[in-house]
Design a protein around this ligand. Structure first.
Ligand code: C2E
Ligand code: CA
Ligand code: CA
Length: 558
């Protein structure tokens, strides 16, 4: 019983059904201190009240002999009703026979008339309600063995119980997650990981003791709290962090919070949980934001993304995905010379129109679909190089983007080799762009894969150089053939002296590594000249051309 009261002194509703006014009055006086008491004069009236569903009744005290509809008949009807079946009934009678009969029919207990001592009646009512409520959640009743918090099943069942009695109360669903929890396990061992989880559970339990709410833990490091709205989550986060660092001072733990505020009660608790989690996962890895709220915009966006995920297979089949090509020009000589191209994907969606890669590439990178998409682009690009070669007798090397996820695909090299063979290409004609931030992930493995690809003869370009975190030291160990300077350098170049110096620095680094620099995002003549003067060899950008479909690209050939 108590655990339900923990959530804000909820009062349960009891229906007293008796044709004698005096009996209703006695029971009413007895129960009204602890319960909301409602009355009916016979079975028919009781049934009407129950079917109105204005309240959720925890218990019915039922007289057996009444005019219009007696207690037996009401019990029969309730037994056949999906919603009424679960409401426990205590019958009130003075005949021994009737007691037995009613219990056989499914009554939970009986009270004899004339009435027992008031305490006895109260105790019986309370016990029956408790039994019934326990029964409902018993299947799910399980606490997380590690932290003592509820499990997710129990948590959602419990939310349903709370909702029965508190449907009007505005509630939030919050989820708290440990950023890179697996690293704690890997670096310090599982015992340490467990310790962190237990600490967090304790802190949350203490904190939400006064704020009304229930908590659970699931999927290792996700903690959920269901509580009344009006909580300052900023403050919650700060206090949790403060207590956590007092308990675990030796290293820093990052936490993220996702909140689905004022949950939509027409949805299911499972949906609330999903939404809080979606908000939370949104800021994964973003160290500048620690709290995210689920809102409508959010919802629209995830709907849109869901759509894209659903449509990708179709798009590949229907060839709605088109590979565009953007030229890279060599500007060392007097006349700029077409040197190569970059393959960039475009999605012409039959209903949503042209979708920019910025809308779907990061999405597919986060869920793994990028591998499928990249493979499609590689195949297309390889076929295109071969086609140009055949039709024009010229070789235009094309670079394709290789996502970090592709790198861990064991058959990566084999796949590329097949493409070369199928299209009769030289290994230098299919170049690979790998974004700098991929190098920060798992440097050893990456270096390993790239070394093998280079041994096979592939040219590797480090994409978006300067946007990631490579240390100079790392750069010297990474095998690459060109640096693609991140676009933001070019954006800022003409702003001030310092930004220009940064461009020069990148060129110096490339010089030191003895690789050429490709400047991306060059839009003006002036930018091109400034880069040329400083020895930048290759330019890619709107100044020469936007990415264009293959037919249009052919005009650059002469
Ligand atoms: P990225 O690899 O850094 O590609 C360069 C982006 O800069 C392209 O955007 C290109 O259209 C744009 N760009 C080129 N020159 C200029 C310029 O002068 N001014 C401006 N403002 N922009 C310029 P896009 O095509 O929208 O692609 C965006 C990103 O999407 C790419 O950045 C790449 O990370 C990703 N992406 C595109 N296609 C693929 C693909 O097939 N596979 C993978 N994995 N990623 C792709
Ligand atoms: Ca690229
Ligand atoms: Ca780039």
């Amino acid at each position: 019983m108590q655990r339900y009261r923990e959530n804000g002194g909820l009062r349960r509703h009891i229906l007293v059904v008796d044709d004698e006014p005096i009996n209703r009055e006695i029971l009413g006086n007895l129960l009204c201190k602890d319960y909301e008491v409602h009355y009916a004069e016979n079975g028919k009236q009781a049934l009407d009240i129950l079917q109105e569903k204005e309240y959720v009744y925890s218990l019915i005290l039922l007289d057996l002999l009444m005019p219009v509809m007696d207690g037996f008949e009401l019990i029969e009807i309730m037994k056949d009703s999906e919603t009424l079946r679960s409401i426990p009934v205590i019958v009130m009678t003075s005949e021994k026979d009737a007691e037995v009969k009613s219990i056989k029919m499914g009554a939970a207990d009986f009270i004899t008339k004339p009435y027992d001592m008031p305490e006895v009646i109260l105790a019986r009512c309370e016990r029956i309600i408790e039994l019934q409520e326990d029964k409902t959640i018993i299947n799910a009743a399980e606490k997380d063995h590690l932290t003592g918090l509820y499990t997710k099943d129990f948590f959602t069942e419990y939310i349903r119980q709370i909702e029965k009695y508190n449907p009007e109360q505005k509630m939030d669903l919050m989820v708290l997650n440990i950023e890179h929890f697996h690293l704690i396990n890997e670096l310090y061992g599982h015992a340490e990981g467990d310790k962190v989880l237990i600490c967090l559970a304790d802190i949350l339990s203490n904190m939400f003791q006064n704020i009304k709410g229930i908590k659970c833990r699931t999927e290792a490091d996700y903690f959920y709290v269901y509580s009344e709205t009006g909580i300052d989550y900023e403050d919650v986060l700060n206090r949790v962090l403060e207590r956590l660092s007092a308990k675990i001072p030796s290293y820093h733990i990052h936490l993220r919070i996702g909140v689905y505020p004022d949950v939509d009660k027409t949805l299911m608790p499972e949906n609330w949980i999903d939404r809080a989690k979606t908000a939370c996962d949104r800021i994964r890895g973003d160290y500048s934001r620690h709290i995210a709220y689920y809102n409508n915009e959010f919802y629209e966006k995830s709907k849109y993304q869901e759509r894209l995920i659903n449509d990708i297979d179709n798009a590949i089949e229907a060839r709605d995905l088109i590979v565009y090509y953007q030229p890279k020009y060599d500007i060392q000589g007097d006349e700029p010379k077409l040197r190569s191209a970059e393959a960039l994907i475009r999605w012409k969606h039959p209903e949503l129109g042209m979708i920019s890669p910025g809308d779907f590439i990061p999405l597919f990178e986060s869920n793994g679909l990028i591998q499928k998409l990249d493979r499609y682009v590689w195949k297309e690009a390889a076929r295109q190089i071969g086609d140009w070669k055949k039709r024009y007798g010229i070789s235009v090397p094309v670079s394709v983007n290789v996502s970090r996820m592709d790198i861990y695909y064991p058959k990566l090299r084999d796949d590329f080799m097949v493409l070369l063979k199928e299209n009769d290409l030289d290994v230098k004609e299919l170049m690979l762009e790998i974004t700098e931030s991929a190098y920060a992930d798992n440097a050893d493995q990456l270096v390993n894969v790239i070394e093998k690809l280079r041994n096979d003869g592939f040219m590797i370009e480090m994409d978006d150089f300067g946007s990631g975190y490579s240390s100079l030291n790392m750069l010297t160990t990474i095998p690459i053939d060109a640096l693609k300077m991140d676009m933001k350098f070019i954006r800022n170049m003409q702003k001030d002296e310092k930004s220009m110096k940064l461009v020069e620095l990148v060129l110096d680094i490339a010089d030191f590594l003895q690789v050429p620099v490709i400047a991306e995002g060059v839009e003006t003549e002036e930018q091109m000249q400034l880069l040329k003067e400083r020895g930048c060899a290759i330019i890619q950008g709107y100044y020469f051309s936007k990415p264009v479909p293959p037919e249009e690209f052919e005009k650059f050939f002469n």
